[in-house]
Design a protein around this ligand. Structure first.
Ligand SMILES: Cc1cc2nc3c(=O)[nH]c(=O)nc-3n(C[C@H](O)[C@H](O)[C@H](O)COP(=O)(O)O)c2cc1C
Length: 203
């Protein structure tokens, strides 16, 4: 049976969504792996989203908390808000109390990816503070470390991401993920899928 990986994200302006697509491609490049993209539900009213200049949502399906237990490994993605995950994603995690009670996600590998507006705005605090959610669920955090290689040491151009996972900078919203950031996202998907595959085979 194929190893099932879910890429679950929230994206208001599309930056996290672009990373998610690359992560999906990277994970799908590993033999025996099946990947599915999911969005978490929006919590803000249309009127507020309009004032924030948010574009319409994509047609990526909306996940229900219980669906998480179907996956062998899960990659979680979110933009930062004040250095931590956006409330929309936190609200989704807060709806997983039933899964927490039964520890249905315990022992499953989990990865994190993210977007911030600025440098110093949360490229490390956003994933680091999200690890508490994984710990309470008993999930196994799979960071990318420095497995991305020389790309981790880029100094000429601005590059998001860290040992915690792939990342990008949205800037004022007009910046798109760079080629290197997309390659890092692809790498995370592939690396995570390889680890999840190994876990599944040994359990
Ligand atoms: C209320 C609010 C708080 C934010 N806080 C931060 C922040 O602390 N640090 C930062 O770098 N960017 C911050 N941003 C910018 C978002 O992180 C940025 O819009 C996001 O990374 C874009 O990702 P998306 O296109 O997937 O929505 C904030 C944006 C909003 C609306």
């Amino acid at each position: 049976m194929a190893t099932k990986i879910y890429v679950v994200y929230y994206s208001m302006y599309g930056h996290v969504a672009k990373l998610a697509e690359e992560i999906q491609k990277g994970a799908a490049s590993v033999e025996g792996v099946e990947v599915k993209l999911w969005q978490v539900p929006e919590t803000l009213p249309e009127g507020v989203l309009g004032k924030m200049g948010a574009p319409p949502k994509s047609d990526v399906p909306i996940i229900e908390p219980n669906a998480l237990q179907e996956a062998d490994g899960i990659l979680f993605g979110f933009p930062t808000r004040f250095g931590m995950m956006a409330a929309q994603f936190k609200a989704f995690i807060d709806a997983t109390g039933g899964l927490w009670r039964s520890q249905a996600l315990a022992g499953k590998p989990a990865g994190i990816f993210y977007s911030t507006g600025s440098q110093g705005g949360g490229q490390e605090t956003t994933p680091l503070t999200a690890i508490t959610q994984l710990a309470h669920h008993g999930m196994i955090f799979v960071p990318i470390g420095y497995t991305f290689g020389v790309g981790m040491f880029e100094m000429e151009n601005i590059k998001g991401g860290s040992p915690y996972g792939a990342g990008t900078y949205a800037g004022d919203g007009s910046r798109n993920p760079s080629q290197l950031e997309l390659e890092q996202a692809f790498h995370q998907g592939k690396y995570f899928a390889t680890i999840t595959n190994r876990f599944k085979a040994s359990s």
